[in-house]
Design a protein around this ligand. Structure first.
Ligand code: ZN
Length: 412
């Protein structure tokens, strides 16, 4: 890993240092404001933190010295909230990155993600996912380590997204239903071992892919500003859900909350791997769509890509349209149940569900309104996810969190 940032930058005036001592507790909150785009100028940062201009200036200077943000003091910078020119703040373009890894039913993807949820580099890996988690996690970490070598970036840590509920505190993949992995595989421990074996420092984390997608969308995408955010998404196979409450992922007592894939939405529907029938998971995922549309899953593209392309490019085909409407109705029924229970202020849909929403937003919103108590009385905004690779961006958020909590402590 390369790059270095010295928090004790020589030449800093003692006045600045004294101000920073007062403002040190504000470093993390300040970084989070810039990271999430909520403090585009120093004037806004000052107001958001509730500190003096001098303290905000010292805090911004320290974050810049750590190589995390860029302070642009050029004349002509955008006006601040008081109408006077204020220094512009942005995440550092060439700053450190987190290594993000995702495993899905059709392979894996590795990425380097900077602050601001910016993907600096990414590489896909298409392969039959090995039944041994160590093999595929070794491949994805090796791909990420290669990206680090190519870019020469400093790495703050690593995060992994998996298509399974991840039980805490042990970090076990409880139900990797669409992978051949053994149930209860200790994925966080295995991922950490692979990260260390690749010679990388920093903490390593693992979590469910839809939880991470929701976290990323809340901070950088379609969920920004939402207080009770419900996310429902398909992966390449299956369906997951997540809830972000007051900016924090609601993970339940042991990390297993929001297992929405097994809500029944079709009595007497398809048998599900959970033992029940007609679950959201098997009634509204990419395979369900292709089956309903009478299309054989092609071996050359992923199920998700195949289904997505059919809906986006062949919606005038009656079989495609009928299949999409059938899935929309079942998805709407599932969302209606969740709206009654959770009372979200926004719903975001990812994977094929986002595509179904784009295809016929009025139909989906009507089903949710008709079939839910709260949906009828007030409309819940339903939006598609907006970030590319949101599970990867979310995996990076895990690795960034210690830096956001304590920038000096994590990087010094
Ligand atoms: Zn099920």
């Amino acid at each position: 890993m390369s790059g270095n940032a010295d928090p004790g930058t020589p030449g800093k005036g003692t006045t600045t240092r004294a101000r920073l001592d007062r403002g040190r507790g504000a470093l993390g909150p300040a970084l989070e404001l810039v990271h999430t785009g909520r403090a585009p100028t120093r004037a806004v940062l000052t107001a958001e933190l509730g500190v003096t201009r001098a303290t905000a200036g010292a805090v911004a200077a320290e974050l810049e010295a750590l190589g995390l943000i860029r302070v642009d003091a050029r004349p002509g910078a955008a006006a601040g909230s008081q109408g006077r020119p204020s220094h512009r703040l942005a995440v550092a373009e060439d700053g450190p990155v987190a290594l993000a890894a995702q495993v899905h039913a059709d392979g894996f993807r590795a990425a380097l993600v900077g602050l601001g949820g910016r993907i600096v580099a990414t590489t896909p890996g298409c392969e039959v996912v090995d039944a041994d988690p160590a093999k595929v996690l070794g491949s994805v970490v090796a791909a990420g380590a290669e990206l680090l070598r190519e870019t020469g970036r400093r790495c703050v840590g690593a995060g992994l997204a998996v298509p399974s509920a991840v039980a805490e505190p042990e970090g076990l993949a409880l139900n990797p239903l669409h992978l051949a992995w053994p149930a209860g595989a200790p994925v966080r421990e295995i991922f950490t071992e692979q990260v260390r074996a690749a010679g990388l420092d920093g903490p390593a984390f693992a979590a469910n892919d839809v939880n991470l997608a929701a976290l990323a969308e809340h901070r950088h995408g379609a969920g920004r500003g939402s207080r009770d955010l419900l996310c429902v998404a398909t992966g390449h196979r299956g369906v997951g859900g997540a809830l972000v409450l007051d900016g924090r992922l609601h993970s339940g007592s042991s990390g297993l909350a929001l297992e929405v894939g097994h809500l029944p939405v079709s009595s007497g529907g398809r048998p599900c791997h959970c033992g029940s029938r007609g679950c959201l998971d098997v009634e509204t995922d990419p395979l369900a769509f292709l089956t309903a549309a009478g299309r054989a899953p092609g071996p050359e593209v992923s199920l998700l890509k195949h289904a997505d392309t059919l809906i986006r490019e062949h919606y005038d085909d009656p079989a495609v349209r009928a299949a999409a409407e059938s899935l929309i109705d079942r998805l709407g029924l599932g969302l209606a149940g969740l709206v009654n229970i959770l009372n979200p202020d926004r719903i975001i849909l990812g994977g094929l569900h986002g595509t179904l929403l784009d295809a016929d937003p009025d139909r989906l919103r009507a089903v949710v309104a008709d079939r839910s108590l709260w949906g009828r009385s007030g409309s819940v905004p339903i939006l598609p996810c907006t970030l590319a690779h949101n599970s990867l961006v979310g995996a990076a958020e895990l690795a960034w969190q210690p830096v956001l909590d304590d920038p000096l402590g994590a990087l010094a």
